[in-house]
Structure formats: C-alpha cells, structure tokens
Design a protein around this ligand. Structure first.
Ligand code: 4AD
Ligand code: MG
Length: 431
C-alpha cells in the first residue's frame, strides 16, 4: 500500500504513488476521462481517471460515484499548472467506502435558510471550510498573544448565580431546586483571578438571550477576556489595540489566499496598524452631528451610528467614556466627568461594529455596593465579588473581544451566522 498523505502536502510527493482518504466533492466526465474533485479536509485536488490506465470496473465505478461518497484513492502525483495546488493525481485504483445518498447541497445556488438547516453538511463547502480555518487561526492568535505576554489562562464558570451584563438578556436554568444563569461574560471571575495572578484571561462560550434579529447578534458566542491588576483605562486601550494588531497580522500572514478566495479586500486589513484613533463618547456625538446624524447625548449607539462613526476612519476606532447610565454596574466613573464611565468600545471599520467592550472597574467598596443596589442586583449573589474590594482592592481593567464579530470583520462577512460552526440565534437552535 503506498503512503497515505494529506492533500495539502501533495507537493512533497511529486512523481510518487500515494494514497488519499477523502470524499468526492464534484465530478465531471468527458469520454475516456473522469475528473474527480476529491477533498480530505486539508484541501481539494483533481484526480484524473483515465480509461486506459485503470481496470474497466474501476472506470465504471468512478463514473457513477455520487457527490460526497467516501473514497480512498491510490494514484500518482503529477504537476498540473492549472491546479491551485500545482498538482493533480493520476488514479490507479479507487476503493469506495460508502456510496453517498443524493446529497442535498448540490453545486447550484441554495437559499440561506436551507443552508442553515443543513449546517452540519454545509461545513464541507469550500467557503465555509475557509471561514472555519480562519476562525481557528484567530482563536489561536488571540490565545498566543496572551500566553506570550505572561497572562495566565483562568477559566470562568458557565453556570452562574448572578448577572454580569444586565438582567434583560439572561438565560435562566433550574439548578437542583435553585436558579442559575448561563454566563454572559467571564469578567467578574477574571477580576477575582487578576487579584490572584496579576494578568489573566478567560476564554469560553458566553450567552445572551438577545431577542433582536440582527446580523451581529448570536445567543451563544465566544469571548476572550483579559483582566489586569493595576491597569487603568489608558493601559486597557493600548492592550486592546496591540492585541487586535497581532491577530490581524497573523491572519494576513497565514490566510492571504483564503481571504482573496472570500473576495475580502486585503488592503483594508493591511491598514490596521497602531495607534488606533480614540474619541470620547461626547466627541463621537459631535462627530455624528457633523456627519448628519442627530444623536441625543446619553443614548447608546446602535449599529447604524457605529457604522457611520467607524466609516470616517480607516482602522478601528476606540470610543471611550460612555455615559454611566447606559453601561454595566461594575464600571468606574470618571473622576473628572462623573456622569461618564472609564470604559471603551473598539468599533471595527467598514461597518462591522463593536468588536471589543471593556474598561476600568469600580474598585471602591461603598460605590460598588451602591451601584449594585441601584441596578437592583442581588446583594447575596454579589457578596463574593465585593470581597475583592474588601481585601486588597486595586485599580484594574480588562475587556472582552467577541470572536464571531472579529471573524465577520476579518473575513468580510455580512452576517455572524457564518462565523461559528453551529450558530445559535433567536430562531435557530438546530442542527
Ligand atoms: O460589550 P460586552 O457586553 O462586554 C462584556 O461582556 C464585558 N463584561 C467584557 C469584559 O470587559 N471583560 O461584550 C464584549 C464583546 C462585544 O464587543 C462583542 O464583540 C461581543 O462581545 N458580543 C457579541 N457577539 C455576538 N453576539 C452577541 N450577542 C454579542 N454580545 C456581545
Ligand atoms: Mg458592549
């Protein structure tokens, strides 16, 4: 039996007989030839079955192979200038493991709802395959950034007794006769960990019962959240921009061809360099007015305002010091402008919206107790969190980056539903 190889490694086997284990992606025939597009997860390659080179039965079998049948191919690697890989395979033998039933996703166009219903199969399509590999790189780059900069990974729980980001988007579940919520953010636990380890991050799925259907909202999404003791808002903004630049750099380094296959404008990503512009919320309101959008001071920005604002910059813009009223209970007020919080959002360019939210945390016990009461949150559920202000409280800050919005931005996708293997949204719980 010849050596089993990954299609992606084919260049190392020029002229040799090899074996591939994969699936039939597509097929066309002309007279004495069958051209099989075979994918194995690593790449797709054309395998040519020539009537004169294989047994009659093998040639017949190749001609009747159905899309997505699982097959093992033995053949010889040869150069082919027209192939994206630079090679094709001259088939010697084919073993059919399973003849696939008629495959629902044919090479013709399908509607989004149909594709989403078949997400478990749609993942095999080349575009989805490309997006998921870029997602994998983004996650690796994000983790590498923190791992390489002395952060300790501390996992936050998913069942929690308290809300982090407001009570309106909590998913509730029964917990042995008690009530539990699915976590909205690991932040509060990351704060506890920062007091133990200094620089930490958590990374995991987070949940929000988002009742609106938008192209930026999922009910289950992945967030990576650093938290640093003795860091202030300025340090937080610097960390965020350095972090984003390192992710963009990695994606450009590894996926230039993939981005081009997605028709992503790569030059827009090449402009993502430090420093990012910073504007305060108040300046942003002024700027919006100049751009013809009336926005009442004190109200939160929606997707439309974010898009207009971001469009006037060629790289992500950091908006800081939003009104405290519209922000979470844990945010520290700006001593110089007490109605505003020491917080920041990073808005991606080209209308992709907020990708990071974070800021400096309230570190004073009395103020925090008052805020918890004002937000009508339970004292009991937060008593552990208040301990962090009782025992060695220090200024500290952090942020959360949403993986899916980052994937949408970097891949240039109009909707977050294609950025995660199995999206969960208002009207989607399956497959
Ligand atoms: O701005 P958010 O709500 O911030 C927090 O949760 C903080 N506790 C994080 C922290 O400081 N440690 O969410 C952070 C990011 C957003 O900028 C966005 O990228 C993403 O999480 N996000 C969502 N992504 C997809 N679907 C949703 N429903 C999202 N909600 C937030
Ligand atoms: Mg936010």
């Amino acid at each position: 039996m010849p050596e089993l190889i990954r299609i992606a490694d084919v260049a190392q086997y020029d002229g040799q007989e090899i074996c591939i284990q994969g699936w039939l992606y597509n097929k066309r025939s002309s007279g004495k030839l069958h051209f099989l597009q075979v994918r194995d997860g690593s790449a797709t390659i054309q395998c040519v079955v020539f009537n004169g080179e294989v047994e009659e039965a093998t040639f017949e079998a190749a001609g009747s192979l159905t899309q997505e049948s699982s097959i093992e191919i033995v053949g010889t690697v040869r150069e082919d200038a027209r192939s994206p890989l630079g090679y094709e395979v001259g088939v010697v033998d084919i073993v059919v493991l399973q003849e696939a039933a008629p495959y629902p996703i044919t090479p013709k166009e399908h509607g989004t709802a149909f594709l989403m219903d078949h997400r478990h199969l749609w993942l095999r399509s080349s575009r989805q395959h490309t997006i998921m590999r870029i997602r994998s790189t983004i996650i690796k780059a994000a983790r590498d950034y923190f791992d390489d900069n002395d952060f300790v990974l501390v996992d936050a729980p998913i069942f929690t007794p308290n809300a982090c980001e407001g009570t309106t988007t909590l998913f509730e579940t029964e917990y042995f006769g008690d009530r539990a919520y699915l976590t909205q953010s690991g932040q509060l636990y990351a704060e506890a960990a920062a007091m133990a380890f200094g620089k930490v991050y958590c990374f995991g799925p987070t949940f929000r019962a988002e009742k609106s259907k938008t192209r930026r909202h999922l009910t289950e999404f992945w967030m990576i959240e650093p938290e640093v003791a003795y860091m202030d808002l300025d340090g937080d903004m610097e960390l965020a921009e350095d972090f984003i630049c390192s992710i963009v750099e990695r994606v450009l380094e590894k996926h230039r061809d993939d981005l081009e296959s997605l028709e992503r404008d790569v030059t827009a990503l090449e402009r993502i360099q430090k420093p990012f512009p910073r504007v305060s919320y108040s300046e942003a309101v002024e700027r919006l007015k100049e751009l013809g959008v009336e926005h009442e001071w004190g109200k939160d920005f929606g997707g439309d305002e974010e898009t207009v604002l971001a469009e006037s910059f060629d790289r992500p813009v950091i908006v800081h010091r939003y009104p405290s009223e519209i922000k979470a209970f844990y945010m520290k007020a700006d001593p110089e402008a007490p109605k505003q919080a020491l917080c920041m959002d990073v808005l991606a360019p080209e209308g992709y919206g907020e990708i990071i939210g974070g800021g400096q945390r309230e570190d004073d016990l009395d103020v925090l107790e008052r805020k918890i009461a004002e937000h009508e949150l339970s004292d009991e559920a937060f008593s552990w969190y208040l301990d962090l202000r009782r025992y060695g409280s220090v200024p500290h800050a952090g942020f959360g980056l949403g993986i899916e919005r980052t994937v949408a931005w970097l891949c240039g996708l109009p909707h977050v539903r294609e950025t995660i293997p199995f999206p969960r949204m208002l009207q989607r719980l399956s497959p």
